[in-house]
Design a protein around this ligand. Structure first.
Ligand SMILES: Nc1ncnc2c1ncn2[C@@H]1O[C@H](COP(=O)(O)OP(=O)(O)OP(=O)(O)O)[C@@H](O)[C@H]1O
Ligand SMILES: [Mg+2]
Length: 334
């Protein structure tokens, strides 16, 4: 049962005694057959995964895929209907307090107290964690500095930009040095520079041994940070692997031929469709053709075009991106 005070209880547990719960478990997170239905909505339909200690798992999926539901189960906010999850060696259903003490959570929507300053927010978390006033103060200064918030540290959080709030939220999750971090779309809505900053912070935490599960809709984020990626859609895992495995098994290298005008490009697309699914690109003056037959496909294509008096002006090779993989798996573009 989830009552309305549960999030506060969870916060207090989470920040109670995190420091003493580092575990030697080789799997920091293990989820087995997680199912969660909300009435007719099947948010999770049997999802299993493992996150080895000290690694990053990226949970990738379109809106409504079930990412936040998985995070809420792992943080003990929700109970699974069936299935089992163990975090830092503790079962989320039978030992939720130990789980909460093992984790830091930065949710999809930053949860900072708007009326407190950045420094006061961090001090509050430190004090709730039984840090002495001076230890909490020192940690707050460290974190404000680490997250480039020192100058804004004495301003109420309500005056912060979206990016600053997100940084403060992540800083608050780190006050107690939790061994396992759960980040639900940590950089949603941030500008590229702020996103890059947060990626650097997360990469540093991982280098120091923290285990991270992060959900994201930004493929570049998963590509950049995650050791392994799980793609979920409609509550089911539809693919998993490293970014390069996903790209090489599900994406295709494509050759793009550019022409002088749309007429030439259209003619080339007609000629080459027999060679391998050549399609007219959105710009109408180039065509894209998957290199299914390897480099020989390019030779054959150029010969066929030359015979018809068509010579491309540009030739580009496009390596598969995670966007291509995501699009082909879920039909959703991001
Ligand atoms: N408390 C709830 N009651 C009813 N339905 C819910 C509840 N929580 C989630 N859902 C539904 O479960 C499905 C999965 O939601 P979830 O929030 O896990 O998706 P998500 O992958 O995090 O999506 P987003 O990228 O938009 O954040 C959605 O259809 C959502 O509407
Ligand atoms: Mg979500």
């Amino acid at each position: 049962m989830v009552d309305k005070y549960q999030p506060l209880a969870i916060l207090i547990d989470m920040i109670a005694t995190t420091a003493d719960v580092r575990s030697a478990a080789s799997m920091a997170i293990s989820a087995e057959g997680l199912v969660k239905h909300f009435g007719d909505v099947h948010a999770l339909n049997g999802v299993s995964f493992e996150v080895p200690t000290g690694t990053v798992l990226g949970l990738l999926g379109p809106n409504g895929a079930g990412k936040t539901t998985a995070v809420r189960i792992l943080t003990t906010i929700l109970r699974p209907d069936t299935g089992r999850a163990v975090v830092n060696g503790f079962d989320v259903v039978s030992d939720p307090r130990s789980v909460r003490r093992s984790i830091g959570l930065a949710g999809q929507y930053a949860a900072v107290d708007e009326n407190l300053t950045g420094r006061e927010n961090l001090l509050l978390v430190g004090r709730l964690n039984h840090l002495s006033k001076s230890a909490a103060g020192t940690r707050a200064i460290e974190l404000l500095d680490q997250f480039h918030l020192s100058d804004a540290g004495n301003r109420p959080a309500r005056t912060y930009s979206g990016g600053m709030r997100r940084r403060l939220d992540l800083a608050a999750a780190l006050v107690t040095h939790p061994p396992v971090l759960l980040l639900d779309e940590p950089t949603a809505g941030l500008d590229p520079a702020s996103r890059q900053d947060l990626w650097d912070v997360i990469a540093n935490l991982v280098a120091d041994g923290t285990t991270v599960l992060l959900t994201t809709q930004y493929l570049e984020e998963a590509d950049r940070l995650a050791d392994r990626i799980i793609v979920i859609d409609h509550g089911l895992i539809v693919a998993e692997g490293t970014a390069s495995e996903l790209k090489s098994t599900l994406g295709e290298t494509t050759v793009v031929l550019g022409f002088a005008d749309a007429h030439a490009a259209g003619g080339a697309a007609d000629l080459l469709c027999s060679l391998g699914a050549a399609v007219l690109a959105n710009d109408a003056v180039s065509i894209a053709m998957p290199l299914r037959g390897g480099p020989a496909t390019v030779r054959d294509a150029l010969n066929t075009l030359a015979d018809a008096g068509l010579v491309p002006q540009r030739i580009d090779l496009r390596e598969p991106t995670l966007d291509d993989v995501f699009l082909s798996l879920t039909g959703a573009s991001v």
